[in-house]
Design a binder for this molecule. Structure first.
Ligand SMILES: [Zn+2]
Length: 217
């Protein structure tokens, strides 16, 4: 899942208005941001296997640090705790804990059974929404439109940057999503990992948006 994760981060702004959109997007995407780094370090592995699911050509056969149920609970607690110690904003810490963990729930719904319960575990789970291209698109696009609507309604731009930076990010996410669907599989796993690192770009972009938008009264 891709823009569905961003949808959770955008929607969370209404629940925890004092948390920057940058931190919210960092939480929901935390493990997908760690993932390319772990691939490049050789600690996790992926295989390009066209046809493995109708929606994605990627075989996520080894990613227990970033995507197992147990480590995800750990990342969720650690992220929320660090935030709480820095900001002392309990609602924010709770929302971020849920944000990090929501990634596992959404990936569990979309992935084929390739998500380990824990590192070293032989039990893999996944409901396989990716087996249906229309199903994936309907769920993910509906989540995204709903979240963009909610975020745009509950916040307001303080200046022109607040408008353009926000809608620019949304447009860029939509284009990246379309590109990820229509482009051919990456040439190899290393190129895939370097490509995935570009997802980091959205984080400073979202912090920038947050400084130029305020909650509506
Ligand atoms: Zn993921």
């Amino acid at each position: 899942m891709f823009i569905g994760h961003f949808a959770v981060g955008l929607a969370a702004k209404k629940v925890a208005p004092k948390v920057s959109l940058g931190t919210l997007l960092l939480s929901v995407q935390l493990v997908d941001l760690m993932w390319p780094v772990l691939l490049l370090l050789g600690w996790e592995h992926v295989r390009i296997a066209p046809g493995i699911t109708p929606f994605t050509p990627l075989d996520f056969y080894d990613y227990p640090i970033s995507h197992s149920l147990v480590t995800m609970l750990g990342w969720s607690l650690a992220f929320a705790l660090v935030y709480y110690l820095l900001k002392r904003y309990p609602i924010g810490a709770w929302v971020l804990a849920v944000g990090v963990f929501s990634h596992w729930i959404l990936d569990f719904i979309t992935h084929r059974p390739d998500m380990p319960i824990a590192p070293g575990s032989a039990t893999y789970v996944g409901l396989g929404l990716w087996n249906s291209i229309p199903g994936t698109l309907i769920v993910e696009v509906a989540m995204f439109i709903g979240a963009v609507w909610l975020y745009a309604r509950s916040t307001t731009a303080k200046d022109k940057t607040g408008t353009y930076a926000f809608w620019g990010l949304i447009a860029f996410l939509v284009l990246s999503y379309i590109a990820s669907i229509v482009s051919p599989p990456p040439p190899n796993e290393t190129a895939l990992a370097w490509g995935a690192l570009t997802m980091w770009l959205f984080i400073p972009w979202a912090y920038w948006i947050d400084r130029h938008r305020a909650m509506k009264k």
